[in-house]
Design a protein around this ligand. Structure first.
Ligand SMILES: CC(C)(COP(=O)(O)OP(=O)(O)OC[C@H]1O[C@@H](n2cnc3c(N)ncnc32)[C@H](O)[C@@H]1OP(=O)(O)O)[C@@H](O)C(=O)NCCC(=O)NCCS
Length: 434
């Protein structure tokens, strides 16, 4: 269903009516129409950015043409063509366990003009997206967030975490594995093609990952207009002994007062396999004239910590990154493979109604989930919020950990059984922003 054309889906009538009641208009925007530049201006202003150039707008249009753009308009304003609320969405694919995926209603560009904040505009826009996604049959919605305080009220909750990594290379002598392949620089004009191909292979095995898109790869590769660092971007690929490209490191170097202490900023490091990961991290850490390596969106507990002589030379700061919202319990739970069988009656509390109910969750001997509404008199084993269910889905947090926080309640044996069943084959990670 990720190929579903979300552009043809109707505008949510509840949000339309709610906004009309306060004198605002809820309207779709055509990326090829006159409304596009004002929409884009509003998004840039909402995220505290500057005005975009014609080149930047043309570049953004290529991505946004495939997305569902919706705005909220105030006809009484001094610039009525510029929306006071913006949101975009598209059908994507979430890796739920290695080789398994779920359709994901991805949301981005959520902004409300500072002149119109806290009047319920975001509430109308998010509600509209969730209802549209659920009506179209999506079991999950997802987003990445500027603030952790916003989306919990709509049932979103972190499901994959990421680390910002800083390595003091003076303390970090390489003790990791030697790798048999080779590293080569990639010509600048070829970086986009290489990163796209490698990420496509990486993301299908990593729970929490989603596909990137051309605009994302151009931005990372320094090939998007307006990138002040574009000239500094360099990339190396790792090829295995069979000549297959297994990983890519895209980076810039910043000079320091001390010329021997440059900072190597990792824009992306995508590795299809352990050898590629080790080879690319070794390249970064052993780079001459570099004192610090900084990398974002790395694994929550990055393996590079075990590949250097002094593990405290590597600091990893964990942050929530991929927020999911379960819209359909059966659809979400059946989208992944599990580690152990389970038979539990699970009560999900969802104030917005989408996932609310009591569910018989059975994970069979083949480690597949079968979920159906529970009988009315079935005793509940475990009760949890829809947010907690979203956080558990990929196995990035354990039910027993959420139980300690009071977000999951119930029988200790049933909670332990959920821990065992939901244990991930691989720690979830989302390695890009969207
Ligand atoms: C975040 C933002 C979209 C909220 O828009 P808004 O129209 O003011 O939000 P609403 O009026 O619909 O608020 C709905 C609820 O969310 C709460 N809320 C809104 N923004 C919040 C924030 N940043 N932190 C905590 N709570 C917030 C409101 O208090 C309200 O709470 P209630 O349910 O108790 O009444 C807006 O402040 C904004 O554009 N921020 C800058 C860009 C940004 O960070 N966007 C998010 C991208 S992921």
């Amino acid at each position: 269903m990720a190929s579903l054309d979300t552009l043809t889906l109707p505008l949510d009538q509840t949000s339309s009516a709610d906004l009309a009641a306060v004198g605002l208009e809820y309207r779709r925007i055509d990326a090829d129409g006159e409304g596009f530049r004002p929409f884009q201006r509003a998004v840039a202003r909402g995220f505290l950015g500057g005005e975009s150039t014609d080149d930047e707008a043309a570049h953004a249009r290529k991505t946004l043409r495939t997305r569902r753009l919706t705005g909220v308009f105030d006809a009484a304003g001094s610039e009525p063509e510029v929306p006071v609320g913006t949101i975009d969405s598209w059908a994507s694919t979430l890796t739920t366990s290695p080789g398994r995926t779920a359709d994901l209603w991805s949301i981005s560009a959520v902004t409300v003009a500072p002149t119109h904040r806290r009047r319920g505009i975001a509430r109308a826009m998010i509600g509209g997206e969730l209802r549209t996604a659920a009506d179209a049959g999506f079991a999950l919605a997802g987003l990445t967030v500027t603030e952790a305080t916003i989306y919990g009220r709509w049932g979103f909750s972190p499901a994959a975490w990421a680390s910002d990594v800083v390595v003091d290379t003076r303390r970090a002598r390489w003790t990791g594995p030697a790798t048999p392949g080779r590293l080569d620089f990639v010509p600048r004009d070829a970086v986009v093609a290489h990163v796209r191909a490698i990420h496509e292979r990486v993301r299908v095995s990593r729970p929490g990952a989603v596909p990137g898109w051309d605009g994302r790869w151009r931005a990372i590769a320094g090939a998007a207009p307006g990138d002040k660092e574009a000239e500094k971007v360099r990339a190396v690929v790792y090829r295995d002994v069979d000549g297959v490209e297994r990983g890519i490191l895209i980076y810039t170097l910043d000079e320091n007062d001390d010329y021997s202490s440059h900072v190597l900023n990792v824009r992306s490091l995508f590795a299809d396999g352990d050898d590629a990961y080790a080879a690319l991290w070794r390249f970064a850490i052993e780079h001459d004239l570099v004192g610090t390596v900084k990398a974002w969106l790395q694994a929550p507990v990055p393996p590079v910590q075990w590949m250097v002589s002094d593990r405290r030379a590597v600091t990893a700061t964990l942050t929530d990154h991929h927020w999911l919202r379960v819209l359909d319990v059966a659809g979400a739970l059946s989208s992944r493979a599990y580690a152990a069988p389970l038979d539990a009656i699970v009560r999900v509390d969802d104030p917005l109604g989408f996932a609310d109910g009591t569910w018989a969750v059975r994970i069979d001997e083949a480690r597949e989930a079968v979920v159906s509404p529970a009988d009315a008199d079935a005793p509940v084993d475990v009760q949890l919020t829809v947010g907690a269910l979203g956080s558990l889905l990929l196995g990035g947090v354990r039910a027993s950990e959420l139980a300690a926080a009071g977000l999951v309640r119930g029988d200790a044996g049933a909670i332990a059984a959920i821990d065992a069943a939901f244990a991930p084959a691989m720690t979830p990670l989302l390695d890009i922003w969207y």
